[in-house]
Design a binder for this molecule. Structure first.
Ligand SMILES: NC(=O)c1ccc[n+]([C@@H]2O[C@H](COP(=O)([O-])OP(=O)(O)OC[C@H]3O[C@@H](n4cnc5c(N)ncnc54)[C@H](O)[C@@H]3O)[C@@H](O)[C@H]2O)c1
Length: 459
């Protein structure tokens, strides 16, 4: 099977590299010349753990071009992984998909090829593929669905920072198919590519579109539930969010994933997929109250943290260090990051901010400019400020101990309970999100791992 991947961004570059590394010839296409050149020179066009190594390993089978005709000519299946930004009304825009599909379909017409498969991987609002994209392919190519071309909706369930591991070891492969032939082809492909034995869910295109955003909407609801629980625990001496979620997660009806109580979810997918779920429901006359409230709870969680921080700032020093800017560790992405929203809240209350993140400093500079100060290390943050908020579980932050502490007292607010207060020394007042800050929690607290799973996720 020869493949093409249209859009070599955060997901597309990894998809192309994974297919090629598993033995399939892949042509990548991007309107961004730099990404095309990077792939052709054997360089990763962006940072994602393992991507560079995979591109090197797949060098003979992976190339890139800006020519759609070449992509159609040299592949049987095209995966479209271009941006689908959110519109004002919460739905996803299919503008870039239509542009790419228009070009591909015209190239198909010109090529004289008898058959081609188009796979939509970008996240779309349910109904988009059948209402908007298939008619476009038919009119631009002059061909007929399921006779001259097939279509699938096949989104990926990956997290930035572990895209390659997630892609090669998914719990679920979701295939919405225009007919059985298309689904069979994709099932065969994924059976060859996946390193585990995932559940392969085959269904109609619209069912797959609904499944994709429902899954993310459900996860955000779970995160918001855990965050609410964490807020309650803060009010009750002796209550510990980690002990509680560890026990809850051992029940197979709940499962331990995304149940950690701490800071809001963010990034390019969760917030907008959840809002898109509510917008999709509204389009069909259903008020998706759970999804809307989840979004509200998520926003309030940052306000709650801001209040916690403000209560701790001494009048004499209106400077806070925020450690962590990306929406999670191991990524530079700051889109809808709770740390960014926290900083905005603090700036509004005339609190100065100094910040550090292992990967996201450039993105933060681009966003905040000179409204905040930038440190070059965790230690520099502690040397400037007596109040530090740890917003992500970055490995670099887990190393914080008494040797970092300069000011007496220093207040540390740990959103994910990654620090051991016993190692911080006597100068530190340690406040953990999800625990009462009255000293009732045993010093040198245990950092609990999730309970081992007693069941198979998707049997
Ligand atoms: N990044 C994620 O974590 C993730 C997870 C699941 C789903 N998705 C979905 O995947 C899609 C892509 O996301 P991403 O994060 O990779 O986006 P991205 O912005 O990182 O990359 C998109 C790429 O597409 C290219 N592009 C735009 N128009 C094009 C065109 N007409 N022809 C060829 N290339 C074109 C851009 O230059 C860019 O390189 C989105 O729909 C997103 O919702 C992303």
């Amino acid at each position: 099977m020869k493949l093409s991947v249209i859009g070599l961004g955060k997901l597309g570059a990894c998809t192309a590299a994974c297919f090629a590394a598993k033995g399939f010839p892949v042509v990548g296409v991007d309107i961004n010349k730099a990404s095309v050149e990077a792939i052709n020179q054997g360089r990763a066009p962006l940072y994602e753990p393992g991507l560079q190594e995979l591109i090197e390993a797949a060098k003979d089978r992976l190339k890139a071009t800006q020519d759609y005709e070449e992509a159609v000519r040299e592949s049987e299946i095209s995966f479209l992984i271009v941006p689908t930004p959110s519109r004002e009304d919460g739905h996803f825009s299919d503008r870039y998909l239509r542009e790419a599909l228009g070009q591909l379909s015209a190239a198909l017409k010109k090529s004289g090829k008898k058959y081609h498969i188009f796979v939509i991987t970008s996240t779309v609002s349910p109904g988009t593929t059948e209402e908007s994209l298939i008619p476009l392919i038919e009119s631009a190519s002059g061909k007929k669905l399921n006779k001259d071309f097939g279509v699938a909706y096949n989104p990926e369930f990956i997290a930035l920072g572990s895209v390659i591991r997630d892609f090669l070891n998914p719990d679920l492969v979701l295939i919405g198919e225009s007919n059985r032939f298309v689904g069979d082809k994709l099932e065969k492909l994924y059976k060859a590519v996946c390193e585990n034995k995932p559940y392969i869910a085959r269904m109609s295109i619209v069912s797959a579109e609904i499944t994709k955003i429902s899954l993310n909407s459900y996860i955000t609801m779970k995160i918001s539930f855990a965050n609410t629980l964490a807020n309650i625990c803060e009010k009750i001496p002796g209550a510990d969010i980690d002990e509680i979620t560890r026990a809850l997660g051992a029940d197979k009806r709940i499962s331990p994933y995304y149940l950690k109580g701490g800071l809001s979810y963010g990034g390019p997918c969760f917030p907008r997929d959840n809002r898109a779920f509510a917008a999709f429901a509204a389009k069909y006359g259903v008020d998706a109250k759970l999804a809307k409230t989840t979004d509200e709870v998520n926003r309030l969680q940052v306000n709650h943290l801001a209040e916690t921080v403000l209560k701790q700032i001494p009048e004499s020093a209106r400077l806070v260090a925020v450690l962590g800017l990306a929406y999670k560790p191991n990524t530079c992405i700051t889109e809808e990051s709770p740390a960014v929203r926290l900083i905005e809240e603090l700036l509004q209350r005339e609190v100065e901010v100094i910040t550090y993140d292992p990967l996201a400093m450039d993105n933060a500079r681009g966003y905040f400019g000179d409204r905040i100060s930038y440190a070059s290390s965790v230690k520099e943050c502690f040397s400037h400020s007596s109040v530090c908020v740890v917003t992500t579980q970055a490995d670099e932050f887990k190393a914080i101990d008494r040797s970092y502490i300069v000011h007496n007292p220093t207040i540390i607010i740990d959103c994910w309970r990654i620090l051991d207060p016993a190692r911080l020394g006597k100068k530190v007042k340690y406040i953990a999100v999800g625990r009462a800050c009255d000293g009732s929690h045993p010093a040198g607290s245990r950092i609990l791992e999730p309970a081992p799973l007693q069941y198979k996720a998707l049997a």
